[in-house]
Design a protein around this ligand. Structure first.
Ligand SMILES: [Zn+2]
Ligand SMILES: [Zn+2]
Length: 206
C-alpha cells in the first residue's frame, strides 16, 4: 500500500464534503474539523462491489459511462482495511505492545512526513520498527496525524511524536510547533469520549 495520505487526502471527502487536502469535518459543510478521516475518503483505493471498478478506477454506470460519484458500497471501509481505532488497539494487543510511537514533521512550507513508527513492550524494548509505507499497521498508526494536520498547509513547522497508549486507549501528540512545545490529546479515553461528542480538536491558533 502506498502513502496513505495520497488516497485519503488528495480527493474530496464524499461523506462530509471536505475539500482535497483538508481535514474532515464533523458534519457535512460544517467548518468544525473532525479528529477522524472518514472511511469514504479511501474509496478510490478499493474495488467497487457494485460496478466492479478496480482500485484506482472511477465507478461506471450500467451503460458503461463514468459515474458522477462513487457507489455507496465503495464508501465503506474494506474488510481488510485496518483503519478504526478499535482495530488498531486490537492489533497492538496482538503484538503485546502497550505503546506505539510515530515520529512526524511538517509545516513551514512542507507537507507532512512520517518518520519511524515503533512498537514497544512494557519494558520499553522495541518490538517492531517501520518506515513509511511499510505496512498497514504503521499506516493506521499514522492516521491521527493526517486527521489532525491534513497536509500541514499554512502551519508553522511542527515536529512531534504521536503516542498510542493501549492501557488508557488514548492517543497523545507532543513536540514543537514553531518554537513552542505543545502536547494534546488526539484520541480520548472512551469514558471521556462519551461526554464530548462530537469530538473536535482546536485548530492551531498561534
Ligand atoms: Zn470527511
Ligand atoms: Zn462502483
Amino acid at each position: 500500500m502506498s502513502d496513505l495520505r495520497l488516497w485519503r487526502l488528495d480527493e474530496l471527502c464524499p461523506s462530509c464534503a471536505a475539500r482535497a487536502g483538508l481535514r474532515c469535518q464533523t458534519f457535512r459543510y460544517s467548518d468544525k474539523p473532525s479528529r477522524i478521516l472518514h472511511n469514504a475518503r479511501g474509496w478510490r483505493h478499493r474495488p467497487c462491489p457494485t460496478c466492479k471498478a478496480q482500485p484506482g478506477e472511477i465507478c461506471r454506470t450500467p451503460t458503461g459511462r463514468q459515474a458522477s460519484r462513487p457507489h455507496t458500497a465503495r464508501l465503506h471501509r474494506g474488510r481488510h482495511e485496518l483503519f478504526s481505532d478499535d482495530q488498531v488497539w486490537e492489533e497492538l494487543e496482538r503484538w503485546k505492545a502497550p505503546t506505539a510511537f510515530v515520529r512526524f514533521s511538517g509545516g513551514g512550507g512542507s507537507r507532512g512526513s512520517i518518520g519511524a513508527v515503533t512498537l514497544e513492550d512494557s519494558e520499553k524494548r522495541m518490538l517492531a520498527r517501520w518506515g513509511v509505507g511499510e505496512g498497514e499497521l504503521p499506516e493506521a498508526l499514522a492516521v491521527p496525524i493526517w486527521a489532525r494536520y491534513a497536509l500541514f498547509r499554512g502551519r508553522p513547522r511542527i515536529t512531534g511524536l504521536v503516542m498510542w497508549d493501549l492501557q488508557e486507549r488514548q492517543v497523545l501528540v507532543g513536540g514543537e510547533r514553531g518554537d513552542r512545545k505543545f502536547e494534546e490529546v488526539l484520541v480520548q479515553k472512551p469514558l471521556a469520549r462519551a461526554h464530548l461528542a462530537p469530538l473536535t480538536v482546536p485548530d492551531d491558533a498561534q
